[in-house]
Design a protein around this ligand. Structure first.
Ligand code: CO
Length: 183
């Protein structure tokens, strides 16, 4: 595998440089192999959690629209669920830059600060601070006609008070609800 990547790296380097200078080729060989392997390694844990395999009681659909609302104010999670999936659907027509929605779950106490930092993070980051450790789960930010699913370990929400909300600027006061844990 490494030899194969090294050959690709050499080929890319040669074509990029037009063959006029071959000396830097040895220095650039490690860069492409790192770039290729990193996404595969980091996406593996995400792929392990699939919504399709979950029992019906361990997943829920939440519908949103161009009127800036979710169709529920509460998401219940049963203690029998190991993994839990939330699928957000946007049945409106507006693009995400104008009427974007996501579902973000945090401790109730963290909500305001996560929303404030999300505004600073802007649309390019789905209105969430990158790698925000306060975010327990979050879908992508989506626009009309789109949907996205997030799967997470249910017991992360077992102890404490948790809320779900949309982090699009100005939406979280209305697009918000509570997580209810059912023993
Ligand atoms: Co929204």
């Amino acid at each position: 595998m490494k030899t194969y990547l090294a050959l690709i790296a050499t080929a890319l380097t040669l074509s990029a440089c037009g063959g006029s200078e071959s000396a830097p080729a040895s220095n650039t060989q490690t860069t492409p192999s790192t770039t290729v392997s990193a996404p595969a390694a980091s996406s593996a844990p995400v792929a392990a959690l699939s919504a399709d395999a979950l029992p019906a009681e361990c997943k829920v659909d939440v519908v949103s629209d161009d009127a800036m609302k979710f169709d529920t104010k509460e998401i219940s999670i049963k203690s029998s669920c190991t993994d839990f999936a939330i699928t957000l659907k946007h049945i409106g027509k507006m693009p995400k830059a104008a009427m974007g929605h996501n579902i973000v779950i945090t401790a109730a106490a963290d909500k305001a600060a996560v929303v404030a930092d999300g505004v600073e993070a802007k649309l390019d980051n789905d209105y969430l601070k990158p790698n925000d450790s306060r975010v327990i789960a979050a879908t992508k930010l989506i626009g009309g006609g789109e949907s996205d699913t997030v799967v997470f370990k249910a017991d992360k929400l077992k102890n404490g008070e948790f809320e779900f909300f949309c982090s699009f600027p100005g939406h979280s006061s209305i697009m918000s609800g509570k997580i209810k844990w059912l023993d």
